[in-house]
Design a protein around this ligand. Sequence first.
Ligand SMILES: [Mg+2]
Length: 174
Amino acid sequence: MGLLRKYFLPNAYVSSIHNLDWNLLAQSGVKGVITDLDNTLVGWDESEPTEEVRNWFRKLNELNITVTIVSNNNEARVARFCESLDVDYIFQAQKPRGKSFQKAIDQMKISSNDIVVIGDQMLTDVFGGNRRDLYTIMVVPVKQTDGLITKFNRMIERRLLNYFKRKGYIKWEE
Ligand SMILES: [Mg+2]
């Protein structure tokens, strides 16, 4: 019970990366972002960043917030997406295993207290971030379609979400 909460409950839940107040986050000391790629920044089947996503990176750059993309997807997909963004990335991250999160923290040279993790999946992004004691922000997936493994994870995720909702830990905005 307490463990479910500790590991799977995100610190914040928003509908999209674009609905986060980065001025406020920067003011409150956020210096680094570890973000998922697929269905967090763009749909899993979109190979290039959208203009909106480019602006998002520009905004964070202006605020001196360093970003690392940590993705479980393969090198070709992640490298192509990041090519035009000038952003560091880690592919085949094996989230929720914590190693890649630690690698990202070390590379950014930012205290883990000043880093937020963003992702659309409770069982990989939130679980992985919480295990490392990072502040986790869960977003609604950009696209509702998923691969087979993700579909299975989503099933468990829905049960956890319902449980948290019942307990009043998460308040749905939609
Ligand atoms: Mg994802």
